[in-house]
Write a protein that binds this ligand. Structure first.
Ligand SMILES: Nc1ncnc2c1ncn2[C@@H]1O[C@H](COP(=O)(O)OP(=O)(O)OP(=O)(O)O)[C@@H](O)[C@H]1O
Length: 578
């Protein structure tokens, strides 16, 4: 927390100091007001001297105007510092989130990252703004009021020494019970965010499966759990203000009761009693505001801790330093080699991949087939280093992937993930991810190979046709072809298609395979549930619960691997298989 503040608040220290100084000046004006009012009463009102009353009234007005100017300076500085720190924090969090590995994101969870970027940073901003505007004000006002009151009369000051510990006790009782709730509240907000995100992104499927009511119930449960915690905190905090006001009013009664006869005997003036009551009010109200500030700061501290967790989270995947020039690699070096590779997801009992070894020559095609959850995508993710293998070595073009810079690894190896992901923009902006300088002919060539040129050219604006968020203005098959074209831009040497033609009809799928096969020097890994998509591959890996169930050509596997034969016969006739 301290580290977070010193890193993000330090650049704004001049504005922070200006804001706090302006607030200190404003507080001194506030402290002077009861003394001036007392003098106005004693020297002007009591003596029926209207010129004295007017003089003090003008002085009070002058103080109010100058105080207002200092307030404005303070408010402006508070806003600038809070917004500046908030923006810097969000930027740093976003950069960090982008550098996290898939395993890190799995651990923190995407909805939690979103809540930390939004709600937690907001809480920190509120704490900073209020800190500048009020953290100095209320303690200085409380202490200043006490000192000023004691200067008027030490005996009456005893009332302070009784009231303040009582307020402190109430405050401690409330805070010690409500603070543990703040972290729980943020965690429950993460849950609301998770449920909301899942339901909104899967809205169509939810409707199609008539899960609307179940999802509504799930959202309501998450929202009510969060609201219940917030209400519990609110209930506790609600005790603070009335209790303090009650104690304050009892204190005022005690002052009036104790000072009445002393005014009558001339030991105290009416103005002094009024000033004393004002100071008493100011001091105790300050304690209430300090209490409210503690609530805001406790929330801010819980949020700062959550933000700090992400910022200090060690990135589990670090780019290597070697540069890979796949074009200059000896043709005899395999495009991909896996040596006894295993991988476990965090917290999983069984490995998702276990002891996989294989070698894929340059220009060859490896098919990967297996049931759902057999580890096909996990294996693909290890090749592009979205995760690091837990055991064994993954080599591309002769290099251990851990030694390669992310840039050169991903220039040489392109992956088309299972879920076609497009961002809002244009077709051109989506195609240029791997190669921002790619010219129109390179983009069109990639579209031709991906069997996407026809529908892109049919769109108004062609390459500059708009793509809506998530690519929702394209069909599933069109989205898949666009993501394949994106991977082809920049001429990768190893292309991984992770079930990325599943929405294509068989004829388009066959044309796509033929087009990709014509790209000389391109090695391919084709992951599919369809036998027809992999049976022509130079080698096929059959995965079963992360283990190698078979590795060989279609013919070899059909005669030697029971699982492969079973998959083949479940999709094709014996004649087609042969
Ligand atoms: N992020 C993750 N965290 C924990 N476990 C995971 C994660 N991703 C996948 N798994 C688990 O790892 C195993 C392999 O999953 P993987 O996605 O690689 O299978 P797959 O063969 O590609 O499946 P499918 O054909 O359905 O896409 C499964 O048991 C899955 O539950």
């Amino acid at each position: 927390m301290r580290e977070l503040l010193s890193r993000f608040v330090a650049p704004y220290r001049v504005r922070l100091a200006l804001g706090v100084s302006a607030k200190v000046v404003e507080v001194f004006f506030d402290l002077a007001t009861p003394v001036i009012v007392a003098r106005m009463i004693d020297q002007g009102v009591a003596a029926h001297d209207s010129s004295v009353v007017l003089r003090y009234a003008l002085l009070l007005m002058g103080l109010a105007i100058v105080g207002y100017c200092f307030t404005l300076v303070c408010q402006k500085m508070a806003a600038l510092v809070a917004q500046g720190v908030g923006t810097d924090l969000r930027d740093a969090l976003y950069q960090k989130a982008m550098s996290l590995s898939a395993a890190d994101v799995d651990r923190i969870s995407t909805p939690s990252l979103v809540t930390r970027l939004t709600n937690d940073v907001n809480q920190i901003q509120v704490a900073i703004a209020l800190g500048i505007r009020q953290l100095v004000r209320w303690p200085v006002l409380a202490v200043g009021s006490m000192v000023a009151a004691l200067c008027i009369d030490v005996g009456l000051g005893l009332v302070f020494f009784v009231c303040i510990p009582v307020v402190g006790l109430v405050f401690w009782l409330v805070m010690s019970r409500s603070v543990p709730y703040f972290r729980v509240m943020q965690q429950r907000l993460d849950r609301v965010s998770l449920v909301c995100r899942e339901a909104l992104s899967g809205a169509r499927v939810i409707r199609a499966f008539r899960r609307d009511d179940a999802e509504r119930k799930r959202f309501r449960e998450a929202a009510f759990a969060q609201a219940d915690t917030a209400i519990s905190v609110g209930r506790l905090s609600a005790v603070l203000n009335p209790s303090t006001l009650l104690i304050m009013n009892l204190g005022v009664v005690a002052i009036l009761w104790a000072s009445g006869h002393r005014v009558f005997e001339g030991e105290l003036t009416q103005g002094q009693v009024i000033a004393f009551v004002n100071y008493m009010g100011q001091a105790l109200l300050s304690v209430v505001f300090v209490a409210n500030l503690v609530v805001v700061f406790t929330r801010g501290a819980a949020s700062a801790q959550r933000v700090g967790e992400v910022l200090s989270c060690p990135v589990s995947l670090v780019s290597g330093s070697e540069e890979l020039d796949a074009d200059a690699t000896d043709a005899a070096v395999p495009a991909l080699e896996l040596a006894d590779v295993s991988f476990w997801y965090e917290g999983a009992r069984e490995p998702a991949i276990s002891g996989v070894s294989l070698s894929l020559g340059q220009g060859e095609t490896l098919g990967i087939i297996g049931g759902t959850g057999s580890g096909k995508s996990t294996l693909a993710n290890l090749v592009v280093r979205l995760y690091d293998a837990g055991a064994g070595t993954v080599r591309v073009f002769g290099h251990d992937v851990r030694t390669l810079s992310f840039g050169s690894l991903r220039r040489a190896v392109a992956i088309v993930p299972q879920q076609a992901s497009l961002l809002s923009g244009t077709i051109r902006s989506n195609l240029s991810w791997r190669c921002p300088d790619a010219d129109e002919s390179a983009l069109m060539e990639a579209l031709e190979h991906a069997q996407a040129a026809d529908f892109v050219l049919a769109k108004e604006g062609a390459l500059d046709a708009p793509v809506e968020a998530g690519g929702k203005n394209f069909s599933g098959g069109q989205r898949q072809r666009l993501t394949i074209a994106r991977a082809l831009v920049g001429s990768p040497r190893l292309l991984i298609l992770d079930d990325s033609a599943s929405a294509l009809d068989l004829a388009t799928d066959a044309r796509l395979r033929e087009a990709l096969g014509s790209l000389s020097g391109l090695s391919r890994i084709v992951i599919s549930q369809r036998v027809s998509s992999v049976m022509g591959a130079d080698e096929i890996l059959v995965l079963d619960h992360g283990h190698v169930a078979g590795l060989g050509t279609h013919r070899e596997l059909y005669s030697s691997c029971d699982l492969y034969r079973e998959i083949c016969l479940s999709q094709l006739s014996e004649g087609e298989v042969a």
